[in-house]
Design a protein around this ligand. Sequence first.
Ligand code: SF4
Length: 341
Amino acid sequence: MGIRRVTSGMRPTGSMHLGNLHGALDNWVRLQNDYDCFFFIVDWHALTTPGGGDAVGYENVGRLRENVVEMAIDWVAAGLDPGKCAIFIQSHVKEVAELHLLFSMITPLGWLERNPTYKEMVLGYKIEHPSYGLLGYPTLQAADILAYKGEFVPVGKDQEAHVNMTRDLAQRFNSLFGRDVFPITEVLLTEIPKVPGIDAADKKMSKSSGNYIALAHDEAATAERVRIMFTDPVKIRKNDKGHPDGCVVYAFHGFYNKAEQPLVRGECEAGLRGCVDCKKRLAERMNEALRPIRERRRDLAAHPGRIRDILIDGAGKARDAARATLDEVRDAMNLPPKDGI
Ligand code: SF4
């Protein structure tokens, strides 16, 4: 068996934060060494919700292109290597739209209406008039994966169900048309570290909450965000005994200062460490660790042609794979071939 294919996409939310870096990108960077990876920015998916404020959506497309470029820069700066994986924009592969249309013919409406993510999005984004595109989101997601015959999708434990509709559609297509055109995609379960927001240890870092540190932040901005991080509220003075569990600064020492984390705990609990010094040390370690990524990101931002070429090359590779799949799909469905009748 050849090298197995992994597919995964991200909505273009613009420049990425440390939650995205440790929650997804670090894993992708590892996967590109062992799998044939297709990573794409899902600009069509961004249009399934209205958007508003900083969030792109069909009522708020002003930053869509910029967000796509920012995200691609961050991916490459964080270590995705276009020599090892295909990096591209969803809408650059029109075959995905064709497959989505064909899948929509065989997707039972009940599957979509019962989809819990649809209900969560309608409630979460307070969408009064959900669009056809939002309801059909899982069908487009299936097309994104299956156009490239994605065998694996890397997900965290809580997202396992997201791939179910893709598996169901692959099975339904193969059985309706009597051919095993599609693989039955499996999840590649990943231990996804929970990166807290700077405002509370039990909140996730997210763009929409504003509690993030971006890869695009400079060292001074990072230090400032560390300075306002939530700590143990009962530890006021250096010699007060602290409780590191529940302190965001302590959690980040785990990401950026692993070797010293036991020392941080010991000194905090014994009242031998002040929060101001603790934060200064963390900011130093974070800035050291993020410096190479930030240097690469500055360099890429200064040479936009490089990112454009990476995205064009990636789309070319993706299109070749998708075209081959669509030829099989059309044949299985007895549609006239594209070059005649
Ligand atoms: S000393 Fe460090 S670990 Fe302890 S509460 Fe303050 S910031 Fe948190």
